[in-house]
Design a protein around this ligand. Structure first.
Ligand SMILES: CC(C)(COP(=O)(O)OP(=O)(O)OC[C@H]1O[C@@H](n2cnc3c(N)ncnc32)[C@H](O)[C@@H]1OP(=O)(O)O)[C@@H](O)C(=O)NCCC(=O)NCCS
Length: 213
């Protein structure tokens, strides 16, 4: 897996795909990206076949999906164009599962390790607006989720967060900054509420994929 320091070294703007060389918007490109967005999130995300969805995420968006990783139905994928997803190098590691109706923000780099479990309706965000900037500037910050992390239902992971190996994010928690490995955090903002035993992360998320999930 890519290390945290390799991807967290910079804050990157990511409107490049929609903006012409002279800084003006490119209407044809903007329309194409909007259509691609619609098809990805309102058609492909609801096709009841992992094979079809994964082929789209890999080949059209350029998302790297490790062996045995799975994105359930209803996932909302935020992106500015396939070139931008490819350039960011966003990756879901091996056997990592994204449960139903999650939101993956791929406008900035998103790196999930192996055997990561993301529960239903969780949001992982890599982009936001600078509320302290005169033009409400948009920026992205990489998010890194290391191996064997479990993210509970409806948790929100904010831009720039790093969740260490084996950590648990309680249902409904809001995470910013760094979560230490093997720590259980909960609440808003998320604070430590427990510790995971070292021998509790010896599993592989290798259940089969079923149609209609
Ligand atoms: C994080 C979680 C695993 C903790 O379980 P646990 O280790 O059994 O923890 P406990 O229930 O003993 O709670 C420990 C403390 O954390 C608090 N806590 C537990 N879950 C919390 C949550 N989601 N948000 C905030 N605080 C929480 C408890 O109130 C308790 O606080 P206290 O010590 O002041 O009484 C569990 O609460 C959770 O959120 N599970 C996710 C469920 C889910 O998303 N399921 C769908 C996918 S299968």
């Amino acid at each position: 897996m890519t290390t945290v320091d390799e991807v967290k070294s910079e804050v990157r703007p990511s409107w490049a795909d929609l903006v012409g060389e002279d800084g003006s918007k490119n209407p044809a490109k903007t329309l194409a990206v909007r259509v691609l967005n619609y098809v990805t999130n309102h058609v492909v995300a609801h096709v009841p076949s992992y094979r079809v969805r994964h082929a789209w995420y890999r080949n059209v968006l350029g998302l790297s999906l490790g062996d045995g990783s799975g994105v359930y139905m209803g996932c909302f994928v935020w992106f500015n164009g396939p070139g931008q997803v490819r350039r960011n190098g966003s990756v879901l590691g091996a056997r990592t599962r994204i449960n139903r109706d999650c939101c993956l923000d791929l406008r900035g780099p998103l790196l999930l390790g192996n055997d990561v479990s993301v529960s239903a309706e969780a949001m992982i965000l890599t982009g936001h607006h600078r509320h302290d900037h005169p033009s409400f500037a948009f920026e992205t910050r990489p998010v890194v989720i290391e191996d064997h992390v479990w993210i509970g239902a409806r948790a929100v992971i904010l831009p720039g967060a790093t969740v260490g190996r084996g950590a648990v994010i309680a249902a409904g928690a809001v995470v910013s900054g760094r979560v230490a490995p093997m720590t259980v955090v909960g609440g808003v903002p998320a604070r430590p509420i427990g510790v995971r035993p070292e021998d509790s992360v010896d599993y592989r998320l290798d259940e089969p994929f079923h149609l209609f999930e």
